[in-house]
Design a protein around this ligand. Structure first.
Ligand SMILES: [Zn+2]
Length: 208
């Protein structure tokens, strides 16, 4: 069982990136606040935007595996599930020198078989407790409410690095509101600890 996260920690997660429309802005907001998040990236997007992926990695953000092409895994045969996850592991390892240790299935669709495949590739599955529904048109005020104002300490919060303006607009306010509540960000269970929280390295700008 993963250790219970401290009651003063909220785990912010951003799925589907990296994305030239949102990654830089999300990362800038996190760095400005001295906070970190987990980015569950798509292997296909990492391969297409390696500069953005490397910027996340260099800034000390936690990187997770969100498959290569974002399929409905429960509809795929085991060998294709394995290939989606393994290809993403190899892509991220080749780019950053580190293989992820956490995995999030697209749409949260999972099964014991999928979890077993992920485990065989060294990955702990991570879903979420709080869905901001930024993917479903939630505006910045709603996202701030769900991710910060009313969030339960210890919660894993789902947001997206998918080019949504609302998420980009909300994040600086989310981070201010969390700080006002005495909450800080932390890694999802199973993520490699990385550098100490609150001291992310300043990322150099890499042109994609
Ligand atoms: Zn996704």
């Amino acid at each position: 069982m993963p250790a219970t996260p401290p009651a003063t920690t909220v785990m912010l997660t951003f799925d589907d990136g990296p994305d030239p429309r949102s990654t830089d802005a999300l990362l800038d907001a996190l760095l400005a606040a001295g906070q970190r998040a987990t980015f569950f990236v798509l292997g296909e997007h990492a391969a297409r935007h390696p500069g953005l992926l490397l910027r996340l990695h260099a800034a000390g953000m936690w990187l997770g595996n969100h498959t290569y092409t974002h399929p409905h895994l429960t509809r795929l045969p085991p060998e294709r599930v394995w290939a989606e996850i393994d290809r993403t592991q190899r892509t991220l390892l080749a780019l950053t020198g580190v293989a992820p240790t956490v995995f999030r299935p697209p749409y949260g669709e999972t099964s014991p078989r999928i979890r077993t495949i992920a485990r065989s590739l060294g990955l702990t599955e991570t879903l979420w407790a709080t869905d901001t529904r930024d993917w479903d048109g939630a505006d910045a005020d709603v996202i701030v409410g769900r991710a910060a104002t009313t969030v339960e300490p210890g919660a894993i919060v789902l947001m997206h690095d998918g080019g949504y303006r609302s998420t980009v607009q909300a994040l600086p306010r989310v981070l201010r509101e969390l700080a006002a509540r005495g909450l800080e960000t932390g890694p999802v269970p199973g993520a490699l600890p990385g550098p100490p929280t609150g001291s992310p390295r300043v990322a150099s700008v890499v042109t994609d």
